[in-house]
Each structure stands twice: as C-alpha cells, then as structure tokens.
Design a protein around this ligand. Sequence first.
Ligand SMILES: Cc1cc2nc3c(=O)[nH]c(=O)nc-3n(C[C@H](O)[C@H](O)[C@H](O)COP(=O)(O)OP(=O)(O)OC[C@H]3O[C@@H](n4cnc5c(N)ncnc54)[C@H](O)[C@@H]3O)c2cc1C
Length: 329
Amino acid sequence: MSNVYLVVAEIRDGKLRQVSLEALSAAGRCAAPGDIVAAAVVGRGEGLLAATDDLAAYGAERIYVVDHPDLAHYRAEAYGAALLQVVKEANPGMIILGHTSIGRDLAPWLASALDAGQIADVTAIDQEGDALLFTRPIYAGKAFEKKRFASGGGIQVVTIRPNNLPLAEPDPGRLKEMIEVGYGAPALRTLVREVVKKTAGKTDLAEAKFIVSGGRGVKSAEGFKPLEELAEALGGAVGASRGACDAGYCDYGLQIGQTGKMVTPEIYIACGISGAIQHLAGMSGSRVIIAINTDPEAPIFKVADYGIVGDLFEVVPLLTQEFRRALGK
Ligand SMILES: Cc1cc2nc3c(=O)[nH]c(=O)nc-3n(C[C@H](O)[C@H](O)[C@H](O)COP(=O)(O)OP(=O)(O)OC[C@H]3O[C@@H](n4cnc5c(N)ncnc54)[C@H](O)[C@@H]3O)c2cc1C
C-alpha cells in the first residue's frame, strides 16, 4: 500500500467542515513515520483558500486543490472526476472522507471507480499488529463490528462518522506542497439548477455538540420555540422525532433516527420524546442523554443518563435560564 493518506475535505457555506479535520487527525494517527498526510480540496471560489489554511493548521503536509466552475455545487460525477485526477497525482493508499451526505455518496463512487475496498461509517480505528481495525455500528447502532481491509495492496476508502474520532491538537508548519490539479472538464450528465437550503446559517445536526430534540410532546410548531431558545443558549442545534415531523410541527430535515439523521453530540436533550427504538437508533451514541418527559415509564428513561419527569414547557425554560446564567449570556 502507498504511504499517502488522502483526506477529502468538505466545505460547507464557505467553511471547512469539522469532520474533515477529524479525518485529518485520524490520518495523522494512522500514519507511521515517513508516511504522508495529504488533503484534497475540491470546489469553487474563496472557501477553498480558507479550507486550505485550516487543513495546514491541522497538519496537512500536501494539499491538492481542484478549483473549477463545474465544482461550485456538489455532483458525484464532477467531484468524482476531480478526485480521480487528484488520486492520479497523489497515489494514496487510503482515502478518508466524512460520513456525511456527500461522503456517503462520493465514497462508493470513488471505491467503484478505483476498484477499491470501502469501510463506511467508522467510529473508531485501532492498530492490530500491522493492520488497522475499523469499528462501525450495525443494526441501527445495536451492535458494532470490527473490520479490516483484506491484504492485497489496493486503495482503501474509509468514511468516518462525525463527532466520533478525536480531533488532534493543531499542528501547523508541516505543509510542504500546495498542488493545483487540473479538472479535465468531463461531459456531465447532470445539472444543478437550484440549491434550496432549509437550515441555512444553523448548526449542522450531524456535527452539533449539543442537540435539543422535540417529540410529539411539544404539541405544535409553536411548542418548538422554547427548545430553539435552549439550543441557542447552548450553541447547539434543534432536532426532532419522527412523531413531531409527522405531526407537521417541524421539517423532516430535523428528523433523528433510523430513517432520519444519525447524531452523536456530547449532550442530547430529548423533550417530549417517548424513546421508540427507531428514534434511539439515531441518537443512542450521544455521550450524555437527558430526557424530559411527563411519563415516568417512557422508554427514553432507559437510555437516559439524566431523567427529568416533568412538563417540558416548565422544565426547558428553566434550563435555558440556568444555562444562560452559567454561560454568562
Ligand atoms: C420503519 C419506521 C421507521 C421509523 N423511523 C423513525 C425515525 O427515524 N425517527 C423517529 O423518531 N421515529 C421513527 N419512527 C417512528 C417511531 O416508531 C415513533 O413512532 C416515533 O419516534 C414517536 O415519536 P415521539 O416519541 O415524538 O411521539 P410519542 O411516541 O407520541 O411520544 C410523545 C412523548 O411525549 C411525552 N409528553 C407529552 N406531553 C409532554 C410534555 N408536556 N412534557 C414532556 N413530555 C411530554 C409523552 O409522555 C410521550 O412519551 C419510525 C417508525 C417506523 C415504523
């Protein structure tokens, strides 16, 4: 296997995503002395430059940049074509992406184009002898499997789940080369007409450190207001159960669970959520779970680290008040 670890950086709203730095940190830990930790930045415009600064600050030794109008919006065929050019230049042994919507789409595209193996949704990486062992959740988080790549020397493609692998300390001054890579402008079969952002400017659920989530117990769209205030006090994001989405209290973009988003924040506050197995599948990996529910028998209390039996409309504003005071807001 080549000794180059290539992280595919992801930019969102002009900023490098945190998971890309987590991927870079993971690459740094996997790399043996003499190995090279590189990053690829693909896109269009100024955000690319800011991303390269951040990648350099966190220890990237080589950064490959592909800047082209076709790459202004994500399309697997365009980003894939750009990355194949980078792979030609960089000759990586391993390619690491975030397990985000883009990473989940792009990683199998790349693995297929490169005839490479892929391990997805990795939450831990350990060394086992000479090989790396990758841990990933299965059966909606009820079990974990450990996998390694079969020996054979081909490229390995890995996606890592946001908020799971530790972020290393900044390690600037390692950047040796910034390499501009040509795109080649292949004929594309898709066109991005419009990007509709429903959560513009808000913290991304997948990367949020604090999530305040509402269920059918919030009773209305208006009922989400106190949850939004608590999330804002914490600098976190608002999520929801499918019960709340089905009832029309919030957008499906907020749904957490088996058929929604997988989240692993440091603190998850479930408000008026019963704790159905399909909901737990998306949030049980949270570091600390706090449940607020009027029903002391609600199944959410079985997974909660802290449980508050009470009315969310009384408890949530009190929490907001206390957090604001504690955080000096
Ligand atoms: C194939 C499939 C996939 C699914 N995928 C998902 C998924 O991805 N995510 C998901 O969430 N669900 C999913 N579901 C649905 C899931 O089974 C549950 O129906 C759903 O999670 C229930 O949402 P809820 O907890 O908000 O509502 P409920 O189960 O109705 O619970 C509401 C809770 O609020 C409490 N409550 C009421 N008033 C208050 C108050 N004032 N203060 C405090 N507590 C209060 C009640 O005691 C109750 O426990 C899926 C189901 C299926 C079949």
